[in-house]
Structures are given as structure tokens and as C-alpha cells.
Design a protein around this ligand. Structure first.
Ligand SMILES: Nc1ncnc2c1ncn2[C@@H]1O[C@H](COP(=O)(O)OP(=O)(O)OP(=O)(O)O)[C@@H](O)[C@H]1O
Ligand SMILES: [Mg+2]
Length: 254
């Protein structure tokens, strides 16, 4: 579980995150949604320690990231898996080498153990036979799956995904969403996902936090979405073409 308490982040005079308090639960897909520029990536970067909040607390199962020394942050990082906007694989390495990389860098495993773990992770994302390929030789969906395999290689307790579906077709997005959701349950990971994909919201939105201009505007589950009375949230949700069309069809039938 990660608890964010009264988090603020400013750049110079500009407040980008304002008094954000959210609890991200273990074993759940916790979604952060909001328009482009609302502050999702900045929030995620603060959560993983790539940016320092202006004020507030970030408690990793009680351990406050904002009070940790560099060495403690480094230790915590080994419990964290990340998938950033774009899959960010190393182009000069094969898929296998990409997934093996964190093990080589951060684990004390022997070469044989590393190979076993890497192959296990590749198989988990259905890329057991693709380890020898380079990123340039695989599809966008395969790249995302490689990035997931790499993110879970160190058996993380916490997993962060920034727009895991960007650039993917709806069907492939669904596969990625299901994979992230399954892994979250299987290993009881505290997973935080940034998205503006309404399919993901409805599909895997167990805990949804909606951010508007740096402020937490609405929280709920995918079951609460259709009955929301929050105007800002509804504007965001129904701005999606799909929902507009569904609404229009429903209205024409009445
Ligand atoms: N390093 C930085 N310095 C100054 N301003 C920044 C910095 N990083 C982000 N911002 C600003 O913070 C705001 C929120 O940006 P952020 O990237 O978090 O948006 P987002 O919700 O992730 O958008 P998108 O959906 O397009 O990815 C933007 O106005 C952005 O310009
Ligand atoms: Mg972003």
C-alpha cells in the first residue's frame, strides 16, 4: 500500500499538484486519470522519487519516501517496477538482455539464476520465444510486454505504469491491461497506472482517482463511473467519442 498525504508540487511559482491525498492499495489496479497536462506524470514521478514534492508525504507501507536518504531510496527502488510513456527499451539490446538488465544491475543472482528468472518473466508475458529479437524487430504490443517483463523481473512490490497503452490498438491495449491486472493480483503488487484511455478505466478501474488541473476531483471504481454526478469528471468521461456516441444512440432511441 502507498499512501499519499497532502502532496504539493510546484515548478517555480506554478503549482502543478495541489493537496493530493490518495491511498493506493496492494493487489489492486489503481488508476490515475485526467486530461493531458493535469499532472499525472508529475504525480507518478514524485511517487517513484524521480521528483521531490514541494511538501507532503509518500508512505510506502509506512516508510516515508520524502524523508529517505539517497541510499534508502536506492534500496526502495529495488522493490519498484516502472513502465514509462513509450516502452523505453534499450535499442542496442535484445528483448532478453533488456529483461535481464535489472537483474544484472541490482540483484545478487548468479548468471544461471538470472537467465532462469529472465526466461520465466518472458514466458509470463508470452514472449518465451522472442528473447533473441531486438526492439526494432517486434511490434508495439510486444515492446510493451517486454517492458512489463522487465518491470517485474525483480519481483516488485510496487508497479508504476505511465500510459501503458499509448500507441496501441484497442485489442492489444486490452491484452496489456489484462496482463498488468493479472500480474497485480498474482503477486499482490501495489500497481498505479496513469491513463486517459476510457476502455482501461472501465476494464481495470478498481480504484480510480481523477485529477483536474492538479487537484483530486473524483474517486471511485469503474462501477461508479456511470452514476457520477461530478461535473468535471463527467466532462472528462463523456468527452470521449465512444461515450458521446453511446449517449447519442441512447437518446435517439428514447
Ligand atoms: N520539469 C518540469 N518543469 C516545469 N513544469 C513541468 C515539468 N514537468 C511537468 N511540468 C508541467 O506540469 C504540468 C503537468 O504535466 P504532466 O506531464 O504531469 O501532465 P500529464 O497529466 O501527465 O499529461 P499527459 O496526459 O499529456 O501525459 C504541465 O503543465 C507541465 O508543463
Ligand atoms: Mg503524462
Amino acid at each position: 500500500m502507498i499512501e499519499v498525504k497532502n502532496l504539493y508540487k510546484s515548478f517555480d511559482e506554478r503549482e502543478v499538484l495541489k493537496d493530493i491525498s490518495i491511498v493506493f492499495e496492494a493487489g489492486k489496479t489503481n488508476l490515475i486519470i485526467g486530461r493531458s497536462g493535469s499532472g499525472k506524470t508529475v504525480l507518478l514521478k514524485n511517487l517513484v522519487g524521480l521528483m521531490r514534492p514541494t511538501s507532503g508525504q509518500i508512505l510506502y507501507d509506512g516508510r516515508d519516501l520524502t524523508k529517505m536518504r539517497a541510499t534508502e531510496v536506492k534500496e526502495l527502488r529495488q522493490e519498484v517496477g516502472m513502465i514509462f510513456q513509450g516502452s523505453a527499451l534499450f535499442d542496442s539490446m535484445t528483448v532478453f538482455e533488456n529483461v535481464n538488465f535489472p537483474l544484472m544491475m541490482f540483484s545478487k543472482m548468479s548468471k544461471t539464476e538470472q537467465t532462469k528468472r529472465t526466461q520465466f518473466c518472458l514466458e509470463r508475458v508470452n514472449l518465451g520465444d522472442s528473447g533473441h529479437l531486438y526492439p526494432s524487430e517486434i511490434s508495439g504490443g510486444m515492446m510493451k510486454r517486454s517492458a512489463i517483463a522487465r518491470a517485474i523481473s525483480l519481483n516488485p512490490k510496487y508497479l508504476f505504469c505511465d500510459e501503458p497503452n499509448s500507441g496501441l490498438d484497442p485489442q492489444t491495449s486490452l491484452v496489456i491491461d489484462e496482463l498488468i491486472s493479472d500480474i497485480t493480483k498474482e503477486y499482490n503488487i501495489t500497481t498505479v497506472i496513469n491513463t486517459h484511455d476510457m476502455n482501461s478505466v472501465m476494464g481495470i478501474g478498481e480504484r480510480i482517482s481523477f485529477i483536474k488541473e492538479g487537484v483530486l476531483g473524483w474517486q471511485g471504481t469503474n462501477k461508479d463511473v456511470m452514476s457520477s454526478t461530478n461535473e468535471d469528471f463527467n466532462d472528462f468521461v463523456f468527452a470521449s467519442d465512444l461515450f458521446k456516441k453511446v449517449k447519442a444512440v441512447e437518446e435517439s432511441e428514447n
